[in-house]
Structures are given as C-alpha cells and as structure tokens.
Design a protein around this ligand. Sequence first.
Ligand SMILES: [Zn+2]
Length: 81
Amino acid sequence: MGAAASRQMTPAEIQARAVCGARLPDGRKCGCRPVENPQTGFPRNGRCAAHGGWSTGPRTAEGLARAVTAMFEARGLTPRK
Ligand SMILES: [Zn+2]
C-alpha cells in the first residue's frame, strides 16, 4: 500500500479518467465506466459501480446521525436516548 494508492484524486484528475482503473485480482485494471452523479453529470470519484463509485456512507458525525435517525423512522423504531 503506497502513498499514491491512498491519495485522494483531485476533481480534475477524476474528470480526466475515462475508466475505473481499479486493480483486479488478476493484475489487470478495471475498464468499466465510472459512476456519474446524475445531478452534476460528473463522475463521483472515478470508480465504477463495482469498485466504490456510489456513496461510501456518511462523512460527518451529523450525517451519520441523520442516516441512523432515518433508518429508525423507516423501521418504525424509537432511537435509544
Ligand atoms: Zn471498476
């Protein structure tokens, strides 16, 4: 695991990338098209649907709290206080 592998890509780099490029178990690179955000029409993070292109979950504590609250509501449960 090198520094380049874990580094966040800049939006310009993501936009310039036409394929997902994730390393596959057999050493090749994934050639799928990256997932695009329907609202902006731009790729989300340059990865295809199979390699993390969709949401990776809440990024903030508030976001996580909102997601948990929504889950409880959807299931008809009461959150523990
Ligand atoms: Zn991929």
